[in-house]
Design a protein around this ligand. Structure first.
Ligand code: PRP
Length: 208
């Protein structure tokens, strides 16, 4: 048996909420919240080793087995489609993937729709199912600016409170799907470390 279960946490505000749940479930590691620049933390008693990674890298660590367990947003899982087991919805980081445009925008189905997004795969899948011809422009943040400057007609992006859209004169046109944080597990670890992983999942379930 391995000394530790390796757990990849998404760096940032969501990751801190995720860690709080893991700690409450009996897998604490106080050092983790220390504002120094260390990235890997171990709790030998609880048998866990945590590390902070960029949220979109969590599926890479888990799929390749560098992490046995990870937590990633459903947006990241839909976009990259990693071969991992999705075992649990943590019910936090709840938001929606939406199509949004300038207030009052009307789609002309005769024209190719220009779409700005950080999620080209989700976008392609959504419009292909609707047989809508689109031109995807991949951006890496501040997507809301694209329709304002007429770079695109619409955006496909995450909406949580709706404040960012509102403050920029945009509105939701369509909702693509709900999103939240999910616990994912490496497929080999699921066999080799089944008992420990299922205990971790059971314990976390008690604090959701
Ligand atoms: C996300 C998203 C929106 C914003 C929506 O960005 O891209 O810009 O949150 O939240 P709201 O509906 O509550 O206003 P995030 O802050 O995660 O940063 P990003 O632009 O780097 O993706």
């Amino acid at each position: 048996m391995k000394e530790f279960l390796n757990v990849a946490l998404p760096k940032g505000r969501l990751g801190e909420r995720v860690y709080a749940m893991f700690a409450q479930a009996g897998f604490p590691c106080e050092e983790l919240l220390d504002p120094k620049r260390k990235l890997i933390f171990e709790n030998p008693e609880a048998g866990v080793r945590y590390f902070w990674v960029k949220p979109s890298d969590v599926p890479v660590y888990v799929e390749r087995g560098a992490a046995d367990v990870g937590v990633a947003g459903k947006d990241i899982l839909l976009e990259y489609g990693p071969e991992v087991y999705e075992l649990l919805d943590l019910n936090i980081g709840r938001c929606r993937m939406c199509v949004a445009a300038k207030n009052g925008f009307r789609d002309d189905p005769e024209r190719t729709l220009r779409v700005a997004t950080e999620f080209p795969h989700i976008t392609r899948t959504y419009y292909t199912a609707r047989s809508r011809d689109i031109d995807i422009i991949r951006l890496h943040g501040s997507i809301e600016i694209a329709p304002i400057l007429d770079l695109t007609d619409v955006i496909v992006d995450i909406v949580e409170t709706g404040t960012t859209l509102k403050e920029n004169g945009l509105e939701v046109l369509e909702e693509i799907c709900p999103l939240s944080a999910r616990v994912v597990v490496n497929q080999v670890s699921m066999k080799m470390e089944n008992e420990r992983i299922m205990k971790l999942i059971r314990d976390i379930k008690t604090v959701i």
